[in-house]
Ligand binder design. Sequence first.
Ligand code: KG4
Ligand code: ZN
Length: 334
Amino acid sequence: MLVLAIETSCDETAAAVVADGRRILSSIVSSQIAIHAEYGGVVPEIASRKHLEMISPVISQALEAVKVTLADIEGIAVTRGPGLSGALLVGFSTAKAIASARKIPFVGIHHIEGHIFACFLEKPVEFPFLALVVSGGHTHIYLVEGFGRYRTMGRTVDDAAGEAFDKSAKIMGLEYPGGVRIDAMAREGNPAAVRLPRPLMNDGTLNFSFSGLKTAMLQHLSKHPVAIPGPEANDLCASFQEAVCDVLVHKTSLALAQTGVKRLVVAGGVACNSGLRQRMASMAAKLGIELHIPKPALCGDNAAMLAVAGNFYLENDKASDSALDVTATWNMDH
Ligand code: KG4
Ligand code: ZN
């Protein structure tokens, strides 16, 4: 089945053509990051307007890249939520309009469901598996028993991991989104240089908390300002990243032990982080866990990832109703 996938939940306008929910034929991602960086974060109305401007050219590019037209597309997978309502509406309305004009089915996909299945575009994973989703808006551990069958084992009680990276970077004076900058600077620093808390590390639950880490960064910087670029800034980034990774790795290994599940997927934008990838790889090797972390281009927001679950639902007569609306918040548990 040839599926057109569309993603506009936040600050990336993306479209992809995917065959059988497995093979990416084209994947176009138009990022608005440079525009929002000026404001230090995503401005919802600007995001919607930019999606409106880019949605048609991005879809055309995705189709032209594989020399197909809308007449060749058999179904559409589109992000229904969670995200910014105005941004979601652009992709969702476009998907509905194409589906109605072409008389083909469309299906609304949970953005996080997209992230979880991105790795299937490299290699399908056997069910059940655990998924650690670390993005700008989510830090969740899910037990994934099948398509549409997710159980939250643990989640952040405040900031998401990506939010912690971005807010800490902002406190340091680094440009939005700071996750990737912290990652680069951390590579040059000493992770043991600055002592930072590991919130909820030993509370016995599978939950996370990152807002205290941000406060600790603020307190440290008020006493020890750092020059950027410089060795002390690198040390602080390395220490911060180490604290986040310690908690993520510890809680994930706890979830693996509690469930006895032997397969782990790490997904979402923060899964691009080089330190986290290394730490997860060594944890998995030590515990004999089959680990799947997609290549960085598939960890960040893209449309191709939506076509995996999308293809499954479309082939199993689970297309969405034409009256369906977007939703800014959406609990994925079933
Ligand atoms: O999944 P994603 O692209 O969008 C959301 O669904 O939120 O995740 C974006 C988040 C941002 O917070 C960004 O700073 C973070 O992923 N991120 C990183 C890295 N690359 C992206 N965080 C740490 N290290 C990275 N290399
Ligand atoms: Zn995302």
